[in-house]
Design a protein around this ligand. Structure first.
Ligand SMILES: Nc1ncnc2c1ncn2[C@@H]1O[C@H](COP(=O)(O)OP(=O)(O)OP(=O)(O)O)[C@@H](O)[C@H]1O
Length: 441
């Protein structure tokens, strides 16, 4: 931690929830009962699977969107409208292509009503600090991705925000550029050369979080709520190979890959009320059956059972492998314990089977474990013509998910069921129909 005494809270979220109204009038809960304190001197990482509401939470902190319930307290007062103490760095850089680097960096200061002379001075100073010297008059298109994101950083930092929010700031960059920029930012922060008191970073990268953060907040999905609040006390600069580093990465991995585990640990002094576990609707990761088969085959071939190291070995990002692992787990093909993944006997049977056996096994696993498949199957059986319009399934889904997510869920469940020959899908009419089961003797 950079600041020695960090008693005052910068921003406090009290019982914050966020829901959106669906086109059909139903409410969908994105974030539920979030209690969170952001204090000076901290880098806080927000981790969680896609759709867990990380960006939504960050936007609420920034005052870009209001919470549906609860409040954001900024300097001991409820926040109304934009948070004046926050600046944001976006994944997509969000630069104006028709403005030069200097003009882009000056933008935030201009919006704050700074006089032209002082804003130029401040912008030039930040351009210098952030390593953009000599590029003041360049246009974004003339810059590499890494340099463009430097402009994003300079623009955000020029306004001297108390809290710098970053929404996956390195994920659009190549691995090396991202790593360089990450450490440069860390240098500036640790040497207190940037005028910000705290940093909130939304990320998919467990390692990124462990490298940078003083605290890691893990969000769960559907609805998003805090599942863990973990301190990272390792001194900077952290060695990825250090056993404590690896142990922490493993721990976070275990938490994320075990969504059924209840709130793991709350180490902050916040009076956080334990969230009442909501009645959860199973959320299907959007992966193809072929990927699941691929993962199972890999597990048979590889010695490595540690999920994190397996991902590393395959040069995959967390976000690439987690949905596949989650799907295999939902179908009960694999077991996960302490970050280790292993094939269950039925997973082994699946791998050993030919095409037809695999379909049969998948059919049993889907009907036994996937609630939406069960619901569709029952609906189809109940109908005389054994057909239902996809809208019916979408209506069920839209009570639990946003319209886009509902579409994604529908596509996934249709793909899975078609593969397993439980039901078919008639493209032109958008109808799902029961497959006739051929009983072989
Ligand atoms: N304006 C909106 N109206 C309806 N639903 C929304 C709106 N904004 C976000 N959502 C939904 O809220 C959920 C959470 O979105 P959010 O972008 O905060 O998640 P995230 O954890 O940042 O995801 P990712 O890692 O994929 O960026 C998603 O299912 C998204 O579709």
């Amino acid at each position: 931690m950079v600041f020695k005494t960090a008693t005052e809270q910068l921003i406090v979220l009290k019982n914050v929830s966020k829901s959106y109204q669906q086109p059909n009038g139903q409410q969908i809960v994105i974030l539920e009962n979030i209690n969170l304190e952001l204090r000076p001197g901290e880098i806080v990482a927000l981790l969680g699977p896609s759709g867990s509401g990380k960006s939504t939470l960050m936007r609420i902190v920034a005052g870009l969107i209001p919470p549906s319930q609860g409040e954001v307290i900024y300097h001991n007062r409820p926040l109304v409208g934009l948070n004046p103490g926050v600046a944001i760095v976006f994944q997509s850089f969000a630069l104006y292509p028709w403005l030069t680097v200097l003009e882009n960096v000056e933008l935030g200061l201009k919006a704050k009503g700074e006089a032209p002379d002082s804003r130029r001075q401040k912008a030039l100073r930040m351009i210098d600090i952030i390593g953009l010297d000599g590029f003041e008059n360049a246009y974004p298109k003339e810059l590499s991705g890494g340099m463009r994101q430097r402009v994003g950083f300079a623009r955000a930092l020029a306004v001297e925000p108390e809290l710098l929010c970053m929404d996956e700031p390195f994920s659009a960059l190549d691995v090396l550029t991202a790593e360089n920029l990450r450490f440069e930012l860390l240098d500036l922060w640790l040497e207190r050369r940037i005028p910000t008191q705290a940093i909130l970073i939304v990320t998919h990268g467990i390692e990124e979080a462990v490298i940078m953060a003083d605290r890691i907040i893990v969000l769960g999905r559907n609805p998003g709520r805090i599942r863990a609040d973990l301190p990272v006390t390792l001194p900077h600069y952290r060695d990825r190979k250090h056993p404590t580093f690896q142990a922490l990465v493993d721990r976070v991995y275990t938490i994320i890959t075990n969504p059924e585990l209840e709130k793991i640990e709350l180490t902050t002094t916040t009076s956080v009320e334990p969230a009442t576990p909501p009645a959860k609707y199973q959320s299907l990761p959007s992966v193809r059956t072929g990927s699941i088969a691929g993962l199972l085959e890999l597990l048979e071939d590889r010695q490595e059972k540690d999920l994190y190291r397996l991902a590393q070995e395959l040069q995959l990002e967390v976000d690439d492998i987690l949905p596949i692992v989650e799907a295999a787990k939902l179908m009960d093909f694999v077991e996960l314990a302490e970050g280790d993944i292993s094939l269950k006997p039925v997973g082994q049977e699946f791998i050993n089977g030919g095409i037809d056996e695999r379909k049969q096994i998948m059919r049993s696993q889907l009907l036994a474990n996937i609630r939406l498949v069960q619901q569709i199957y029952r609906l189809l059986e109940a109908k005389n013509n054994q057909r239902i319009p996809e809208e019916l399934v979408l209506d069920i889904l839209e009570s639990h998910f946003s319209p886009e997510e509902a579409e994604r869920q529908l596509k996934t469940v249709v793909d899975w069921g078609r593969y397993a020959e439980i039901y078919g899908y008639d493209e032109p009419s958008g109808q799902i129909f029961l497959e006739q089961v051929v009983v072989s003797h």
